[in-house]
Write a protein that binds this ligand. Structure first.
Ligand SMILES: *[C@@H]1O[C@H](CO)[C@@H](O)[C@H](O)[C@H]1NC(C)=O
Ligand SMILES: *[C@@H]1O[C@H](CO)[C@@H](O)[C@H](O)[C@H]1NC(C)=O
Ligand SMILES: *[C@@H]1O[C@H](CO)[C@@H](O)[C@H](O)[C@H]1NC(C)=O
Ligand SMILES: *[C@@H]1O[C@H](CO)[C@@H](O)[C@H](O)[C@H]1NC(C)=O
Ligand SMILES: *[C@@H]1O[C@H](CO)[C@@H](O)[C@H](O)[C@H]1NC(C)=O
Ligand SMILES: *[C@@H]1O[C@H](CO)[C@@H](O)[C@H](O)[C@H]1NC(C)=O
Ligand SMILES: *[C@@H]1O[C@H](CO)[C@@H](O)[C@H](O)[C@H]1NC(C)=O
Ligand SMILES: *[C@@H]1O[C@H](CO)[C@@H](O)[C@H](O)[C@H]1NC(C)=O
Length: 755
């Protein structure tokens, strides 16, 4: 989304304050109408309300900045609020007064790296609680345009940081946990808040080689659609029952997303059973006409969008042109009514028209914001997301007791990062603990000298600050370099051209290597992957940590890892490609499987050698995996597995069990990843190298063993063929736990098409 038409409305909407925040169902004109009668079915309530609205009033409610209707006692409502990783700046959210700030959690790319979906659920629960507190004071709406669940297809994508990574299974697990935490709280009668899964669909390009998202036509095969671009939306809509989805700026195979009847009606509504509304990305209806040139008149544009099922517009195209479309008869009034039914239904489910006394969510207030629990959870999620990539001779963690009177240099452009730690789509945090502050905090009272020198900017060519940094490094016992990238080169609207670490940073690292008394420690802040092969291979770099954009307590979380108060267990949620990757495949190429001019995408299909693989991450301790028999071949008949069972997709073929033992000398978490490699198919298509079907993050004390379970279901075994159908093939399925092959399962019988 971008703030094109809407910014000017922020003040207008919210200066009215609390009094007009909710409809007056006690004494206002609405109070005697069915809309305010809780005992009536939702449909009856909305039908009646809509029947009382004039056509112009209806039109004014077809856009996200819905106008007041004083005649009916209906207040203004701003549909557009943001909460990607904490309440975020947006037209509906206003920080100030009693509520100057909200908890800022790490970016979703970090949450992907935690592989901890209970954590994701708990974070979402706090976000929705804070959202309700803001809403009760007229400082936020109840409808949030979050999360972003597009697949992080290409490392150049500027908004990949908003997602949990490149894997459809991980993204599906993430979105389920997240939507549960956002929408479902203690009161089952009401939505806690309404979430929005975006951007539907195949949106993962901002601006590359002269074509931006407003003009881009994503060419997607049926196979990639079913295998990669739809699963997270399926889980979001069908399983988590999100209250809304957003159609995207781009076209898909020649049809603009907000005019895409097949995707919006056939897939989202009929197949996934969307129970809620479709909102356009901001300005995306105008795109149908002005950038995609899919239509040639405003009337037809309104008609294709509305008939495809785009119920609500972020923008003003509907506001200006719905009436023209009615006049020209490209639409009829009941088309508008149908959309309003869907949007008002969500407000009813949010309890907007119901008495506040009996709604626990309406009692939440400033005491429920920025709580101690929320602060701890933000810190813990930063800790859990940090990925240790290199640690020569267990140089980390540093032992504070051995550092008395020593000097530690913190050099580099992200050492004192504050707002940068919040990534994009952020809000006002209550505080921001940068790495320098975090290091000082943890070492306080231990006579350790922590000094900071910036050295260089993220990506300029100016070496004027090198000298001071080198002087500091020379006089220090331990040198950290804090590099990476930031919103100046990866953000909404901006894709990277290069995935190298910016030149200036590598130049400085090489100079620091020459003067430092001991090998360097490197910390990388970034959302998208950066080629880290120089650091990986350099003998003068002792350790390497990736910290994503770790939120309000990111610097403290990092320091606890460095000094061993927290044992890192994050795993990369993306493949780290070599820098040459960007020359090997066009950003426009949506295909996942390798082909000429495409080395393949993500851990499933990339045929080159990754710098660091998806799922990679070290610990300060060691883990050993054992299972009962590593040569077991279990045999199943396909026909007996699927016979007479309507929920056969969830049918368990084999329950994978593995014992994990902490065999090192520090307590810590392990992320256990379960993959399957499918048999080769009869039509000779490329099968994924492997495919994640389960993961579990567990904590193990020294010497402790825990057994983890991964149900290997029919769904996990299914292969997607060229035409987008799903098949259960006969043959051998190899199961991997982490990197280790565990055992094989053989399915015999007739290969069968199941979906
Ligand atoms: C609400 O609807 C119920 C069911 O139709 C009806 O019995 C009741 O009188 C209505 N209440 C009000 C205040 O109109
Ligand atoms: C360290 O950080 C914690 C948590 O933010 C804070 O309570 C404590 O006062 C800090 N200590 C120092 C010495 O800065
Ligand atoms: C990028 O744009 C240039 C100039 O239009 C064109 O020659 C080139 O083929 C494009 N590259 C890709 C990968 O699309
Ligand atoms: C892991 O456990 C297996 C089976 O008990 C044992 O043979 C192996 O030596 C262990 N490996 C390590 C590194 O402890
Ligand atoms: C794990 O260890 C327990 C206790 O030793 C044992 O009963 C169980 O069978 C083991 N499970 C596997 C999968 O090896
Ligand atoms: C382990 O697998 C082999 C090969 O399938 C089999 O012969 C053996 O009986 C199995 N052992 C156990 C304990 O299940
Ligand atoms: C159908 O599959 C489900 C999910 O695996 C299972 O719980 C159920 O027992 C099966 N029913 C029959 C009749 O096999
Ligand atoms: C872990 O097990 C080893 C070998 O049995 C033992 O020597 C050590 O004391 C144990 N450590 C702890 C903390 O239990």
């Amino acid at each position: 989304m971008q703030y094109i038409f809407i910014l000017f409305t922020i003040r207008i909407v919210w200066t009215n304050g609390q009094s007009s925040n909710f409809p007056d169902c006690k004494s206002g004109p609405l109070s005697s109408f069915p809309i305010c009668n809780q005992s009536l079915p939702s449909r009856q309530r909305t039908v009646d309300l809509i029947s009382r609205m004039t056509i112009m009033e209806k039109i004014s409610h077809m856009i996200t900045t819905a106008d007041t209707i004083p005649r009916l006692g209906l207040p203004k409502y701003e549909w557009w609020s943001e909460a990607l990783h904490g309440l975020g700046y947006s037209p509906g959210v206003l920080f100030g007064g009693d509520l100057p700030a909200a908890t800022s959690f790490p970016m979703p790319i970090n949450l992907g790296a935690t592989f901890n979906m209970r954590l994701v659920h708990d974070i979402a629960n706090i976000i929705s609680t804070e959202a309700r507190a803001f809403n009760n004071e007229g400082r936020a709406g109840l409808t949030f345009f979050t999360p972003n669940i597009n697949i992080f297809r290409d490392p150049r994508w500027g908004r990949g940081q908003e997602t949990p990574g490149e894997d459809p299974f991980l993204t599906s697990q993430y979105v389920y946990a997240l939507i549960e935490g956002l929408q479902r709280g203690d009161d089952e009668r009401y939505l806690k808040i309404a979430a929005n899964c975006k951007h539907f669909d195949a949106y993962d390009l901002e601006d590359w080689n002269g074509t931006n998202r407003h003009h881009f036509d994503a060419k997607v095969t049926d196979q990639d659609l079913v295998e990669t671009y739809l699963p997270s939306f399926k889980t979001c809509i069908q399983d988590a029952q999100v209250a809304s989805i957003m159609c995207s700026y781009n076209s898909i195979n020649g049809i603009p997303a907000c005019a895409h009847q097949f995707l919006l009606e056939t897939i989202a509504r009929e197949s996934f059973h969307l129970n809620g509304f479709v909102v356009s990305d901001c300005g995306a209806i105008g795109n149908i006409l002005y950038t995609h040139h899919y239509t040639s008149t405003v009337e037809d544009t309104v008609a294709v969008a509305l008939h495809a099922g785009t119920d609500l517009e972020c923008g003003v195209f509907y506001l200006f042109h719905l009436y023209d479309a009615l006049n020209s008869k490209t639409i009829v009034e009941t088309d508008i009514d149908q959309s309003l039914m869907r949007t008002f239904d969500v407000l009813i489910r949010l309890g907007w028209f119901d008495p506040p006394e009996q709604q626990i969510y309406r009692q939440l207030n400033k005491n429920n914001v920025d709580t101690l629990e929320a602060r701890e959870l933000s810190l813990r999620s930063a800790q859990e997301s940090i990925v240790l990539l290199k640690n020569v001779d267990q140089v980390l963690p540093l032992n504070i007791n051995l550092l008395k009177n020593k000097k530690i240099a913190l050099i580099g452009p992200t050492a004192d990062a504050t707002v940068t730690m919040q990534g994009i789509y952020h809000g006002q945090a209550p505080f921001l603990i940068d790495p320098v502050t975090g290091f000082k905090n943890l070492t306080a009272g231990n006579f350790i000298n922590i000094e900071h020198a910036r050295g260089c900017e993220i990506s300029s060519h100016n070496e004027k600050d090198f000298a001071a940094a080198i002087k500091l490094a020379r006089s220090s016992d331990i040198v950290f370099f804090f590099g990476g990238i930031d919103h100046t080169i990866e953000r909404e609207g901006v894709d990277r051209k290069s995935i190298d670490l910016p030149d200036i940073q590598l130049t400085l690292i090489k100079q620091l290597e020459k003067v430092a008394r001991s090998p360097l420690h490197i910390v990388i802040m970034s959302g998208g992957g950066v080629d880290l092969s120089y650091i990986r291979d350099s003998a003068q770099c002792a350790s390497l940590l990736w910290i994503g954009y770790p939120g309000q307590s990111g610097g403290l979380g990092l320091a606890t890892v460095v000094f061993g108060q927290y044992n890192p267990a994050g795993r990369l949620p993306v493949t780290i490609y070599p820098a040459s990757y960007v020359n090997e495949v066009s950003m426009f190429d949506m295909q996942m499987r390798p082909a000429s001019n495409n080395p393949g995408r993500t851990y499933k299909f990339y045929t080159g050698k990754a710098v660091y693989e998806f799922g990679y991450g070290l610990s300060y301790t060691t883990f050993n995996y054992t299972w009962n028999n590593n040569t077991i071949i279990s045999l199943h008949s396909i026909q007996s597995l699927i016979e007479n069972n309507h929920s056969f997709l969830r049918t368990i073929i084999s329950l994978i069990r593995v014992n994990v033992t902490n065999t090192g000398n520090m307590a810590g978490d392990d992320v256990v990843l379960a993959y399957v490699t499918q048999p080769n198919t009869i039509d000779n298509q490329i099968v994924p190298f492997k495919q994640l079907f389960g993961f579990e993050r567990i904590h193990l004390a020294i010497n402790e063993t825990k057994e983890v379970f991964f149900p290997f279901t029919i769904e996990a075994a299914l292969a997607v063929t060229r035409d987008g159908s799903k098949w259960l093939y006969s043959g051998f399925y190899r199961i991997f736990i982490g990197q280790q092959q565990m055992f094989s399962i053989e399915l015999r019988g007739q290969s069968t098409r199941l979906a």
